[in-house]
Design a protein around this ligand. Structure first.
Ligand code: G3P
Length: 225
């Protein structure tokens, strides 16, 4: 499963890239609004940091298909290859996805709350569909189960599309979907940090250092004479 950072703060992206095996960055207008500068500057800085081989997702903001297509052109001109344009999975979005697919521009059908939206976005040509796990939970449904249903639909179709599961509140939800074979997930920095935030793990690592120090008086192999 590919793992993306769902954040636009460059310092956080740099920190996570240093420690974790991540595949790129996902953004949306709300995420970009948390960095107080022109969103084009933010996206460009992220692209410059992650390089041209990793994937960046940026969302079209216009509500009508022509505007979405125009936004997509601008996003791709700005960010180059390995850029995926997120498009809301609503009728104007499906129309735009069909057009962008004809042009060879990769898209992600986003704002997915139901399997039907995912089916239509995938059938329109989206390379990814992004169901919102936590937001579905908040509506009284089971977000993880909805993502599994969407994965089943894609597995039983010939669409060239994979799930980009999004909107997580904890790392266990991400792991359950990894186990199910979901292609991609994107999570906020706090959720990614949560994968290994565990006192038992920290304690076990520290025990090894303490035992080594008891034996040798040193804290690392390279401290030995
Ligand atoms: O990528 C979509 C995601 O950012 C939505 O997450 O936490 O706003 O529900 P959230």
């Amino acid at each position: 499963m590919k793992l993306f950072i769902d954040d636009a703060h460059l310092d956080e992206i740099k920190r996570l890239y240093e420690y974790y095996p991540v595949d790129g960055v996902t953004t949306n207008p709300s995420i970009l609004s948390k960095v107080d500068q022109d969103p084009r500057k933010t996206l460009k800085e992220i692209r410059e940091f992650i390089g041209e081989d990793d994937i960046i997702f940026a969302q079209a903001v216009a509500l009508d298909a022509d505007g979405i297509v125009a936004d997509a052109h601008m996003i791709v001109d700005l960010l180059g290859k390995n850029t995926v344009v997120k498009v809301p999975s609503v009728p104007e979005g499906f129309k735009a996805i069909k057009q962008l697919t004809k042009e060879g521009i990769p898209t992600c059908g986003t704002v997915v709350y139901t399997p039907m939206q995912a089916y239509l976005a995938a059938k329109a040509g989206a390379s990814y569909v992004a169901p919102y796990v936590n937001r579905i939970d908040n509506m009284g449904y089971d977000g993880v189960e909805v993502v599994k249903e969407i994965q089943d639909i894609l597995d039983n179709s010939d669409f060239d599309c994979e799930v980009l599961a999004a909107s997580f509140k904890n790392s266990q939800q991400v792991m359950e979907l990894a186990q199910y074979g979901v292609g991609s997930a994107t999570a906020a920095p706090s959720v990614i940090d949560g994968f290994v935030k565990n006192m038992a793990i920290d304690g076990a690592v520290q025990d090894f250092v303490n035992d080594f120090e008891k034996l040798t008086g040193k804290k690392a192999m390279t401290d030995l004479d």
